[in-house]
Design a binder for this molecule. Sequence first.
Ligand SMILES: C[S@@+](CC[C@H](N)C(=O)[O-])C[C@H]1O[C@@H](n2cnc3c(N)ncnc32)[C@H](O)[C@@H]1O
Length: 331
Amino acid sequence: MNKGLSDPVDEIASGYKASQILLTANRLGLFTALGKGPLSAAALAAEMGTDPRATRILCDALASLELLDKTNGVYSNSELAAEFLLPDSPKSRSAMLLHAAKLYERWSKLYDVVRTGQPVPEEEIDSRLRGDGRDFARAMADVGRLAAESACEVLDLTGVRRLLDVGGGPGVYALAFAGANPELQAVILDSPETLEVAAANIARQNLRDRVSVRTGDAFVDDLGGPYDFIFISNLLHIYSKEANRKLLVRCAEALEPGGRLAVKDFLLDPDRLTPAGGAVFAVNMLVSTEGGDSYTAKEVQQWLEDAGLVFESLENVATHSRILVARKPQA
Ligand SMILES: C[S@@+](CC[C@H](N)C(=O)[O-])C[C@H]1O[C@@H](n2cnc3c(N)ncnc32)[C@H](O)[C@@H]1O
């Protein structure tokens, strides 16, 4: 839509337009409807139960964004849409975009959030968008697949027998680690709703004998163990520094001597501006959580060292994230 636009301020300010066009089409099931075959706007409107004029305007905007192809007044999914926007595509982002529609509501109240320092209350979100832990877990699965492959390449899990994935969500990482390491038994710790999605993914990948779920709150409940590897992905950004210090002490206690703990997150450089996306993601945490943030690698390293672990490595992983590994000294 912004092709040829030379005003950089307008380009940033107009981001909401393309975003809302995509989120609305996804929410309406428009790409799924066109997945069955090309349709005119009127036929598509009949299929989705939407207004014909509004549907034609939305479809033209989608075509101008190259998300649809338009030929003789008939619309079909573009290659981009077919690859990423059909719910059953292996690279689908559909669940993530449903979650993003909810986030959009939070972001629209950023003015108040910055004035008060308080996140947007759940009751201010359109009830049709609220969703539950299962929806969030499906969204996390959409964004986690590529990063999980990348994490597998970066982490050497040779010889690891018992791995705990704290806040492991849909289990994408634990399943990738178990798939790549036949000796590994993995446990995914998360809430009951989230673990319903994880359990379905475990069954789908036939890994029930080596990947299990454990319901619990990582701040309160017994973590089990001892483990020789603990993995924490995209969890610390939800919580405050104080909460994270507490959590990492608990995790360090659940490690056996010589075991390792890996934190995957944006893990920013000291200026908090790179890797790309981390500073903007911190705003996402600002509108969504009481104390969350994008933390620097140095901050996380310090928390781990204060928990008694010794820094081992810091590596880049897809997409714009890093993995920091620390080891518990032998007794
Ligand atoms: C942003 S998601 C990350 C999921 C997964 N680790 C990933 O990287 O895709 C955070 C996950 O942590 C879980 N979580 C948040 N607080 C938790 C807690 N106190 N105890 C256990 N799980 C928690 C959430 O339910 C959610 O599944």
